[in-house]
Design a binder for this molecule. Structure first.
Ligand code: PLP
Length: 394
């Protein structure tokens, strides 16, 4: 019998949907042209590129002319920060971000501080992972050129008050970038209702291929180029376009848009069932992140007295693929910067487990986890002297 495998790591990446692969396939074989070429092969590629741009624009209600394809979320984040920093350095050198951003933002900020004389304010978050609008407004100076706050967090799923942040940015005439890699395609976004100037997106978090993404650049936004070379993407992002991946991304965006309501309801229901099942069956357990403003597919638990790595290993033996924010795997003994920013004590942050559901998650998958996780946690805790003591105290 084939071993049961359950994928509960949709926030790390998603499988490519069959319709997406079907859309991509011809562009790896028959329609292989370079979109810049002046012949029928080139035109086929160019038409496909135009269509995908429309599909991605549609997902967020933007104009196709505001969508620029990149090699993924990381490039879109790097481009936004460096592009704005270099093009606005006459105006000022101050950037505001948060402590719980993805490393594609945080490490770029550190680079700008260290090598280019920029000053960065890293906003705190509350125990649910939300920034304070008051703290944001207080952090603004005459030299502030950019606010970059993520739409939704990849570890704990918390969704930020993006509309309000955009209003503050607009009031102070500061550009606003948001890393929407986890949000765009997973929750409805109407860019016209939000004061966003730049927004990063990625294909492989919404059932498209890896290595492709997009940057939304609002019409009229000034920023330096990041990848230099040919005249692709209206001379703003060089490099022969990865047509098959871009076509797949367009298809994935179209599917996400068409199924948004069902996607959100189904994932939220499965996620809530999982959270309830775990909290009901495992003592000394908390949920990290906000219960209201949360990505539909995200569940993040804190299990006291144990380490996330141990949980991952035992779950993997049961065929369950999950993730932990308590990565000793990265060579560091510290829990993730996101969990630390929530103000969790070390011992709580260490026993964290992220389970993310997606479009292929079934009711049976959730049942299997609710059935098996309590035993895993109990076995690990039985090796903890601290847990032993607390149990014996009754
Ligand atoms: C995955 C992710 C990224 C990086 O996107 P890639 O396409 O993998 O480069 C950036 N930000 C967030 C919030 C993410 O979840």
């Amino acid at each position: 019998m084939e071993k049961r495998r359950i994928y509960m790591d949709y926030s790390a990446t998603t499988p490519v949907k069959k319709e997406v692969l079907d859309a991509m396939m011809p562009y790896l074989t028959d329609y292989f042209g370079n979109a810049s070429s002046f012949h029928s092969f080139g035109r086929e590629a160019k038409n496909a590129l135009d269509k995908a741009r429309e599909q991605v624009a549609n997902l967020i209600n933007a104009k196709p002319s505001e969508i620029y394809f990149t090699a993924g979320g990381s490039e879109s984040d790097n481009w936004s920060l460096e592009g704005v920093a270099y093009s606005h350095k006459e105006k000022g050198n101050h950037i505001i971000t948060s402590k719980i951003e993805h490393h594609a933002i945080l490490h770029t900020c550190e680079y700008l501080e260290k090598h280019h004389g920029f000053e960065v304010t890293y906003l705190d978050v509350d125990s649910e992972g939300k920034i304070s609008l008051e703290q944001l407004e207080n952090a603004i100076k005459d030299s502030t050129i950019l606010i970059s706050i993520m739409f939704a967090n990849n570890e704990i799923g918390t969704i930020q008050p993006i509309k309000e942040i955009g209003e503050i940015a607009k009031k102070h005439n500061i550009l606003f970038h948001t890393d929407a890699v986890q949000a765009a395609g997973n929750i409805p976004i109407d860019i016209k209702e939000l004061n966003i100037d730049l927004m990063s997106m990625s294909s492989h978090k919404i059932y498209g291929a890896k290595g492709v993404g997009a940057l939304y650049i609002k019409t009229g936004t000034k920023l330096h180029n990041f990848v230099h070379g040919g005249a692709q993407e209206k001379r703003r992002r060089a490099g022969t376009e990865n047509i098959p991946a871009i076509v797949g991304y367009g298809k994935a965006a179209e599917i996400a848009k068409d199924n948004m309501e069902n996607h959100v309801t189904t994932l939220t229901r499965l996620r809530n069932k999982l959270i309830k099942g775990i909290l009901d069956n495992i003592p000394y357990t908390t949920v990290n992140g906000s219960l209201e403003d949360r990505l539909p597919g995200n569940a993040n638990f804190g299990f006291e007295f144990i380490e996330g790595e141990g949980i991952l290993l035992m779950l993997d033996m049961l065929g369950i693929a999950a993730s932990s924010g308590s990565a000793c795997t990265s060579g560091s003994l510290d829990p993730s910067h996101v969990l630390m920013a929530l103000g969790l004590p070390h011992e709580k942050a260490h026993g964290s487990l992220r389970l993310t559901v997606g479009d292929f998650t079934t009711e049976e998958d959730i049942d299997y986890i609710i059935e098996n996780l309590p035993g895993v946690i109990e076995r690990l805790r039985s090796m903890s002297p601290l847990y032993d003591k607390i149990k014996n105290q009754g």
